[in-house]
Ligand binder design. Structure first.
Ligand code: FES
Length: 158
């Protein structure tokens, strides 16, 4: 069992709030992701058991949403939006800057275990392009200088 008792209790509590158990799949996956840091096949079974739905239903939802990483990632998952608005505002070059600065390949984990950088589709913050999401936080109107500050802050937090 990878899920902690606290996570299982939280998933059951979430499931009890919905008239249809399937509605609890996304909140349950969020709980599992926050505890483990990424999602994988055996975890879908544990989540399904806690909710009372089939593992396939959980896996279908999990694989549809890119916000849940499916492999181990660094403590800080940096999702750089490279869709049209962000792309026009230099997202690719910012992503390359991040990868070079962190000395990591896209999707890999930096040597200190802190960072993973990936490209994602539109995160719905097009008017503040270019932008990226680090775990649950949006960083917008990015420049290389801002990226430097953000990385320094995150490194200080460890
Ligand atoms: S295109 Fe980047 S947030 Fe929409």
């Amino acid at each position: 069992m990878a899920l902690s008792t606290e996570s299982i209790d939280a998933i059951k509590e979430a499931a009890a709030r919905y008239p249809h158990k399937k509605s609890a799949i996304l909140p349950a996956l969020t709980i599992a992701y926050r505890q483990i840091g990424y999602l994988y096949d055996d975890l879908y079974i544990e989540v399904a058991d806690a909710i009372g739905v089939s593992p396939n239903e959980v896996a279908s939802a999990a694989t549809f949403y890119t916000m849940f990483p499916k492999q181990k990632v660094g403590k800080y998952l940096i999702q750089v939006c490279t869709n049209i608005s962000c792309g026009l505002m230099g997202a690719e070059s910012l992503k390359e800057y991040l990868l070079k600065k962190l000395n990591v390949k896209e999707g890999g984990i930096s040597e200190d275990g802190l960072f993973t950088v990936v490209s994602v589709e539109c995160l719905g913050s097009c008017t503040t392009a270019p932008m990226m999401q680090v775990n649950q936080t949006y960083y917008e109107n990015l420049t290389k200088e801002k990226v430097d500050e953000i990385l320094n802050d995150l490194r200080e937090k460890g």
